[in-house]
Write a protein that binds this ligand. Structure first.
Ligand code: SF4
Ligand code: SF4
Length: 60
């Protein structure tokens, strides 16, 4: 599984980037970039997001 950000819901608060233990999320100017190769499927970002904008999806 890998973290996926819903860009329509995300409000760029940065909460997810702060909790990620692998630095797999980066707050850019207009979106959150996910480094899928770094994500370890821990789910911390999903719990940290105040608006439910992150989910874990099967890797393609
Ligand atoms: S699931 Fe864990 S490792 Fe992956 S992006 Fe979220 S906090 Fe980081
Ligand atoms: S915690 Fe949720 S709303 Fe905040 S930047 Fe991350 S994905 Fe966006």
């Amino acid at each position: 599984m890998v973290a996926v950000v819903n860009r329509d819901k995300c409000m760029y608060c940065g909460a997810c980037t702060s909790v990620c233990p692998k630095l797999a999320l980066e707050l850019l100017e207009t979106r959150i970039k996910v480094y899928a190769d770094k994500c370890i499927d821990c789910g911390l970002c999903v719990k940290a997001c105040p608006v439910g904008a992150i989910r874990l999806e099967e890797r393609k």
